[in-house]
Design a protein around this ligand. Structure first.
Ligand SMILES: Nc1ncnc2c1ncn2[C@@H]1O[C@H](COP(=O)(O)OP(=O)(O)OP(=O)(O)O)[C@@H](O)[C@H]1O
Ligand SMILES: [Mg+2]
Length: 312
């Protein structure tokens, strides 16, 4: 049996940047400007250390210690938080911003663990090890002696909940623990070889993150449900195009927020992937959409409940 799986089996929808479509998807994300600028700076530093070094040479030529500390950080960034809040969307598109900012090509290797690695014993560990092997060998080709990278690799471990779980959790199966260890080994390999590669991990379960993973994270960015302004930003343009007035849109913004007897409002994805299609389906194919109809549908939809730590 061959131990090297086909790349097509390992990664789904690989992408390379700059990419116009990714740029557009990134620009459509609402309320994440802070995360976007922080993440692109951090990825830039981790992938292309020459940028940080020339900044330091210019402003703090004696500050070798702090530059080394930053360069030696494990190249892991965790995106954590509520469902449908833009984690995957940001992880899949941020490469475009980094590619443009650093003026290099970036490749995304996306590994989703959601429906994977739950079968045969050892499968999760093997999957994670293979993903890192491939990322490391690709990144080695891009490394130069001068620190000016020829390109960069983003290894995306999406839906990482199963993997991210604390090794201390009593119910955790031996196999899961081996998966976490393989992950930690992979991160350390990239860090020790100072390769132009970073790992982005997405998880719903921030509180269950393994302490050894948490410790290695250069940053943990948290994601949450949209507030009133953010729901307005998502809804405003499409509903205006349908002929709704700003007052009518504000009514919908209100009923999609937390209400009496319900502490949580709609997620971003509840708005884009459930509410909008439901409004269209209600009117299609015989009628036009009305403000009253749209408001009623918004009232009827029950938002996705927040992720419960204990249900896993
Ligand atoms: N900040 C946002 N601004 C605008 N739309 C958003 C935002 N976040 C999510 N969406 C919409 O919701 C969809 C789902 O988002 P995404 O897949 O990134 O969620 P997620 O955080 O990865 O959720 P999960 O934890 O369930 O995987 C996106 O394709 C987009 O349409
Ligand atoms: Mg996701």
């Amino acid at each position: 049996m061959s131990t090297t799986p086909q790349l097509s089996q390992l990664f789904e929808r690989g992408m390379s940047y700059p990419d116009f479509e990714a740029q557009e998807r990134l620009s459509r994300l609402v309320g994440l400007d802070g995360h976007i600028s922080r993440l692109s700076k951090m990825l830039g530093m981790l992938i292309n250390s020459s940028g940080l070094e020339s900044w330091a040479n210019k402003h703090h030529p004696d500050a070798t210690q702090i530059v080394n500390m930053i360069l030696r950080r494990p190249p892991l960034i965790v995106l954590a938080g509520d469902v449908g809040s833009g984690k995957s969307e940001l992880a899949e598109t941020i490469g475009d911003a980094v590619a443009r900012q650093e003026d290099i090509d970036i490749s995304l290797l996306p590994l989703s663990l959601s429906s994977r690695g739950q079968g045969r014993v050892g499968e999760m560990t093997q999957l994670v090890s293979n993903a890192f092997d491939h990322a490391v060998s690709e990144a080695q080709k891009l490394k130069t002696e001068s620190g000016v990278s020829r390109g960069g690799i983003i290894l995306l471990i999406d839906e990482a909940d199963a993997l991210a779980q604390s090794r201390e959790a009593a119910q955790m199966h031996h196999e899961d623990r081996a998966g976490v260890n393989a992950f930690i080994r992979g991160i350390d390999r990239i860090a020790n070889a100072k390769l132009p590669a970073v790992v982005i991990m997405c998880t719903n379960r921030i509180n269950a993150l393994d302490p050894a993973i948490k410790r290695r994270a250069a940053d943990i960015l948290e994601f949450s449900r949209p507030n009133d302004d953010q729901r307005l930003a998502v809804l405003s343009e499409p509903l205006t195009q349908l002929g709704l007035s700003s007052t009518q849109i504000l009514d919908i913004v209100k009923v999609t927020g937390p209400t009496l007897g319900r502490e949580y409002g709609f997620t971003f994805s509840d708005l884009t992937q459930r509410l909008m299609p439901a409004i269209v389906l209600d009117a299609y194919p015989d009628r036009a959409i009305t403000a009253e109809g749209a408001l009623e549908i918004a009232r009827d939809i029950v938002p996705t409940p927040p992720f419960q730590e204990q249900t896993a």
